[in-house]
Design a protein around this ligand. Structure first.
Ligand code: CUK
Ligand code: CUA
Length: 629
């Protein structure tokens, strides 16, 4: 871009930068008369500046981010999309929560998707992970767990809406969740964290803690049904998959099967369970499983001694589980131990054929600091581990840690960076895939304390952006966030192909359109009221700034279903439907159909209106429901 083409503000910024640059060189020259700037020095400075500019966190108004960040919303139950590196919040995707703007949890379509848990309005989402092909994000789905209600949901990335939800049977509290990376995401894997009796019907073994179990869950990513579960010893916390399509690994912090804090942290060592996928699939095929709680899900026995699993002892109450993007290592994060345990994935074949002992699979146990929770990776052999208690991120070199473990005198620690404060997860750009690029690191800090204006006793979290493109980590941005992003992932925008308009045949509202057909209604042309006993179905179109129907009549106590179809073909023109005084609100995207069902329990004139600003005459986009007593 030539100077003339630059917008005024950018030219100003550039001039400012040039002034600073020349000011610095002038100072340098004055202080170092004997060593004037050489051409080589100029070149290297220019190069450093170029490198810095290439990884700038500054995104000017009107410019687009390079990455999509998918953030879990913790106990707000949602997923959020951020632009990286600007850290601008681009969208919220309601998942386990109820959302009055979009009508998620209120509309008939969202209730169908929520299925057996449609009556639940709360959730606790921790781990968003995108589907992959050959170890790379494929832009298709994001999966997310609900620890609070033992669910797993799927988000469609073309429309950025939740399209499937499953309550996982036989377990309680789905926590760690990841996807199979290779050859593609056939399975979503997740851990049942809390231990319960296998037949948890209240009739037996309530007090018999020895009969409690946790299960590892393997879910078919397309059908979103449980393919099989694996019973383990101890509980399960976090998990990750390898890059060979063969092994999954999960941490266990309660190998003691304690029912209170003191008992849970009694042992110096807990373990990592490694699951052998081909052997599990073969066992399912051969029928070597049991079923529980009256459902048909195959539950394999992967307790100690089984050939489906191996238990690798690690110190103490480990938490995060992270696979290095070169596919070589599983890293288990020590939590109550200042160490992380590096498991060599290439040794797992020998472990499963009993040629080596479990601890022989561990090739390094570097000491990093207090409270290691999660580790992220770049593409240069470095790992970045959050230290919850130290409020730091430790940058360390994986191969050096292995050399040190083998007795060599090398320092594997490269840097410790203060973060603010108490980080849980961290994540690097594309760092859980083969495309790890070593540009950005996010630290999801649980406490913000003094970093922002005080807003009462409840404070935001602090999601910090760190530039890792150079030799040193550099903190470049503080991002206040509402409760509580546990985890995130960063996807290059080239992987994403979001739609601008809804396809008219979209499965999201196919059932609603099928219902209209049964009523003899074409939702794209007709505005009609269908009466069916005390059920009334109202079909209307919408084009800014009017609904296709200005009024409709019902009787007090009728069950009313309003179906609205947005005929606008213009990008970003979303309409809403809100029935005043009835708790009814929803979004109807361009070319979409949406419906909501409620009881007309108030007599008289009830206005409905469009609550998504769509036109200069948006205020006038309203109509009356006339309720006869
Ligand atoms: S867990 Cu929250 S900080 Cu649910 Cu991934 Cu580690
Ligand atoms: Cu339609 Cu506002």
């Amino acid at each position: 871009m030539s100077k003339e083409e630059l917008p005024v503000n950018e030219t100003q910024v550039e001039n400012e930068e040039r002034r600073k640059f020349f000011g610095k060189t002038a100072l340098l020259g004055a202080g170092a008369v004997a060593a004037p700037m050489t051409a080589a020095m100029f070149a290297s400075m220019a190069k450093a500046q170029a490198a810095e500019a290439a990884n700038s966190p500054v995104i000017h108004p009107g410019e687009l981010d390079e990455y999509y960040g998918f953030w879990s919303g913790g106990h707000s139950g949602e997923v959020r999309i951020l632009g990286i590196p600007s850290m601008r919040e681009l969208m919220r995707i309601p998942v386990f929560n109820t959302d009055s703007a979009t009508g998620w949890g209120l509309t008939d379509e969202s209730k169908r998707i929520k299925g057996d848990s449609a009556h639940l309005h709360a959730g606790d989402s921790h781990h968003p992970h995108m589907s992959m092909t050959d170890g790379r994000y494929n832009g298709k789905y994001v999966f997310i767990n609900d620890k609070a209600n033992t669910r797993v949901a799927r988000i469609r990335c073309d429309v950025m809406k939740t399209d499937k939800m499953l309550t996982v049977p036989n377990v309680q509290a789905i926590h760690g969740l990841r996807v199979q990376k290779v050859p593609y995401t056939k399975y979503v894997i997740c851990n049942g964290e809390f231990e319960i009796p296998m037949n948890n019907d209240g009739k037996s073994s309530l007090e018999d803690v020895g009969s409690y179990r946790s299960l590892f869950n393997v879910i078919d990513a397309e059908s979103m049904e449980v393919a099989f579960q694996v019973m383990v010893d101890g509980n399960l916390d976090n998990t990750d998959a390898d890059y060979d399509g063969k092994y999954f690994a999960s941490t266990c912090y309660n190998s003691e099967m304690g029912m209170n804090l003191a008992d849970m942290i009694a042992s110096e060592r807990d373990h990592v369970v490694v699951f052998n996928l081909p052997r599990c699939e073969a066992a399912v095929k051969a029928g070597n499983y049991k079923t529980y709680n009256g459902n048909k899900i195959p539950v394999l026995d992967g307790r100690k001694g089984s050939d489906l699993t191996r238990y690798i002892p690690v110190p103490k109450s480990p938490h995060g589980m992270n696979t290095s993007p070169n596919g070589k290592y599983f890293v288990a994060n020590g939590k109550l131990s200042p160490t992380v345990s590096v498991i060599d994935i290439s040794k797992l074949d020998d472990l499963f054929s009993d040629k080596i002992k479990p601890r022989d699979a561990i090739v390094a146990e570097p000491e990093l600091g207090l409270g290691p929770l999660h580790t992220a990776f770049d593409n240069k052999g470095y790992a970045y581990t959050t230290l919850f208690l130290d409020s730091q991120i430790a940058k360390w070199n994986v191969e050096d840690a292995i050399a040190a473990h083998n007795g060599k005198k090398v320092n594997y620690l490269r840097q410790k960076l203060d973060v603010h404060y108490q980080p849980g997860h961290n994540h690097t750009s594309a760092g859980e895939t083969r495309d790890a690029d070593g540009k950005w690191l996010i630290s999801l800090c649980k406490f913000s304390k003094d970093r922002f204006l005080p807003v009462g006793p409840l404070r935001p979290e602090n999601d910090q952006l760190i530039d890792i493109s150079g030799d040193e980590m550099k903190l470049v941005h503080d991002g206040p966030t509402y409760a509580e992003p546990h985890d995130c992932m960063i996807v290059h925008r080239s992987k994403m192909k979001p739609l601008k308009l809804w396809p008219r045949n979209d499965p999201m509202f196919a059932e609603t359109i099928a219902m209209a057909k049964r009523d003899g209604v074409d939702v794209y042309t007709d505005n009609k009221v269908i009466r069916d006993g005390n059920k009334v179905r109202v079909y209307m179109t919408s084009i800014a700034p009017t609904y296709g129907m200005n009024e409709f009549k019902v009787k007090l106590g009728d069950e009313v279903t309003v179906v609205v179809t947005n005929l606008d073909q213009v990008e970003d023109v979303t309409h809403g439907f809100c029935m005043t005084n009835h708790g009814v609100q929803m979004e109807i995207g361009p070319q979409a159909t949406a419906s909501v069902t409620f009881t007309a329990d108030k007599p008289g004139v009830q206005w409905y209106y469009c609550n998504w600003f769509c036109h200069a005459l948006h205020m006038e986009m309203r109509g009356r429901m006339l309720v006869e007593a």
